[in-house]
Design a protein around this ligand. Structure first.
Ligand code: FUB
Ligand code: ZN
Length: 617
């Protein structure tokens, strides 16, 4: 029987374009990611970020984990079976996430000293594993008799992050010590939970997507089946009453069976990890019901619950969602991890459908919500990413709950994952970053080269070379923000057809230069009128970047600055400012406003900031 998926085009949480439903015949994963290990990024925008990741972000994480906090000592204590546990009960996960970041960094930037550090950590982690395979320093040091009693205590969450680190480190080095530890922990969990055994609904998702990675690396089907079982456990009343009943099942995404989900609710990061796990299992188990649920959820997230920065989860109270269209600016939570989660999830949705609307959201979350999470120097982090500030919100070197710094440490070195894809029919170009990429497609060596100054400029030159002719179309994403573009092959304009947001180039041969030139005007955007906090306001956007006003550039009458219908805008090159930006200058009546990209705010003297600006009709 043929299965159909209902997919919709979106207008994000913004107002102004029509919504359509499409019926597609391709319910399961059609595009494979080109892994970042094949991608060498070299450009003015991302290369500095990636250098800072190595010189600043990883050293900060290592220092915090080893010296400033007891995270590594917890493993040492657990191995000896003596001493106290310090910190939060899920702090092990920060060690694993930083280790994953180290592994990714080693893949494209080998570094024997860093590898030695990772080996040291892995030895300490492995030593803390219990004879039955269990590993979690919190329970080992506070009483193993209490383990597996409270589903909110993140035992599977920590295990999941360990598995992701283990897979990454195995890919980076071929060393399997942590992979073996992970398999023993997985087997331990499966000895307790599963069909005809105990029920378990992980209070914080993560294990599901991690088990899929473990399955893909070890080829052990049981790990995929266990991931599927854990997903199916949800929504049947087996779950946590967590924290003495503080949270309801909606907080844990445990309100209905996952294939019946229609609305996003509860904790934002948990939702993102759940949706990634569902997508991964769906792709491998060919479960169209999961994909249909994800499609419904995507509409709910993007059309009704997403900020213009691609951030999600407005409330500090539950680190998540309240009501549709409730998107406060000053009090926005918008956890960095949730924006990174949007990148992870939207890539998976694009792979099912070949629809660029998902990459539009991925790009929005990546360049704005997620990138703001780390300072330009790479050494300070935002956990919460508001869209307005009184001048009292700043990045910190670390947090008691440090999920966001460690998230950044693994996200940045793997951004090359989101540029290209391959399918039976085509090579897919999703993001624009200067890079050289070498892959094997249909047993042929292929080199893709992009030259661009994106996101500052919309000109992209792409060359694809292969020794043997490649029988593939090129699907080149035309971003949702782009209203006008030209496409040429070797300087000759082509009138390419488009499909789901991609221009399709059929006639090309090895060595041709394909040039995409996207107009990148400055735009004033308005929110959906149901977002009451943004009524009578506009935000400024250029290409994928959302801009904001910072007090330091706009010290006069900051509170009264406004935009109007006749406001004139100009782009100004500022190579020496904030790591090199294009600033936007606006003249509105007799006011002058200077906008900087949102991701660069709070890198200078403290002051007020706002994304949504009063608008005078
Ligand atoms: O609970 C683990 C992580 O800590 C969550 O994903 C974040 O929201 C923070 O609460
Ligand atoms: Zn976080």
């Amino acid at each position: 029987m043929k299965q159909y998926l209902l997919l919709s085009l979106t207008c994000l949480a913004l107002w102004g374009c029509s919504e359509q439903k499409q019926v597609l015949e391709t319910p399961l994963k059609m595009i494979d990611q080109v892994d970042f290990s094949h991608v060498h990024i070299q450009d003015h925008f991302w290369s500095p970020r990636l250098s800072k990741h190595i010189s600043a972000t990883l050293p900060v994480c290592i220092d915090q984990i080893e010296n400033q906090t007891g995270r590594m000592q917890n493993f040492v204590n657990a191995a000896k079976g003596e001493g106290e546990h310090s910190g939060i009960f899920f702090d092990d996960s920060d060690v694993y996430k930083a280790l994953e970041g180290i592994a990714y960094s080693l893949i494209n930037n080998p570094n024997p000293e860093l590898e030695k550090k990772a080996d040291e950590w892995i030895d300490k982690i492995a030593a803390a594993q219990q004879p039955d395979g269990y590993i979690n320093t919190f329970y080992t040091l506070t009483g193993l008799d209490k383990r597996w009693k409270n589903m909110d205590k993140h035992e599977m969450y920590c295990a999941g992050h360990m598995m992701e680190a283990a897979v990454a480190y195995y890919q980076a080095t071929g060393k399997r010590k942590l992979l073996d530890v992970s398999m023993r922990m997985a087997d331990h969990m499966m000895s307790l939970f599963g069909p005809d055994k105990r029920h378990w609904v992980p209070g914080h998702e993560e294990i599901e997507l991690a088990l899929v990675k473990l399955y893909q690396t070890t080829k052990e089907q049981k790990y995929l089946d266990f991931a599927n079982w854990l997903l199916e456990e949800r929504g049947h009343g087996h779950g946590s009453k967590g924290d003495e009943g503080k949270w309801d099942p909606a907080y844990y995404q445990d309100i209905v069976p996952v294939r019946e989900l229609t609305d996003i609710s509860g904790h934002a990061v948990r939702c993102m990890y759940l949706y990634c796990g569902m997508a991964d299992v769906a792709a491998l188990k060919k479960d169209t019901g999961y994909v249909e649920a994800l499609d419904r959820l995507w509409d709910d997230v993007v059309l009704r619950n997403m900020y213009v920065t691609g951030g999600i989860g407005s409330s500090r109270h539950n680190e998540g969602f309240t009501e549709d269209y409730d998107l406060p600016n000053m009090d926005a939570y918008c956890e960095t991890c949730a924006s990174v989660g949007m990148v992870y999830w939207n890539q998976r949705m694009n792979q099912f459908t070949g629809n660029s609307k998902y990459v539009d959201v991925l790009e929005r979350s990546m360049y704005n919500g997620a990138l703001a999470g780390v300072s330009l120097a790479g050494d300070r982090f935002f956990y919460v990413n508001p869209l307005e500030s009184n001048g009292d919100h700043h990045r910190q070197a670390w947090y008691g709950c440090a999920c966001c710094p460690s998230q950044i440490s693994r996200f940045l070195p793997s951004i090359g994952n989101y540029i290209y894809g391959t399918s039976d029919k085509a090579l897919w170009v999703n993001l624009y970053m200067g890079n050289t990429t070498q892959i094997t497609v249909d047993n042929k060596e292929v080199t893709l080269k992009q030259e661009t100054d994106y996101p500052w400029d919309g000109l992209v030159k792409l060359t694809v070379t292969s020794a043997h002719p490649l029988n593939k179309e090129l699907h080149i994403r035309i971003p949702g923000w782009c209203k006008k573009y030209t496409l040429s092959v070797n300087g000759n304009p082509v009138n390419a057809s488009t499909d789901k947001g991609y221009a399709i180039v059929k006639d090309w041969k090895s060595g041709d230069q394909i040039t995409l030139n996207m107009d990148m005007p400055i735009e004033m955007v308005s929110a959906d009128p149901r977002v009451k906090q943004n009524v009578g306001k506009r935000a400024v956007q250029r290409g994928p970047l959302v801009y904001c006003l910072e007090e330091i550039d706009n010290s006069k009458n900051f509170a009264d600055l406004n935009l109007a219908a006749g406001t004139s805008f100009e782009v100004k090159d500022e190579p020496g400012k904030l790591g090199g930006i294009k600033e936007i200058e606006a003249v509105s009546g007799n006011q002058k406003l200077s906008f900087i990209p949102y991701y660069t705010w709070d890198n200078r003297e403290a002051g007020k900031m706002k994304v949504w600006i009063d608008y005078k009709e």
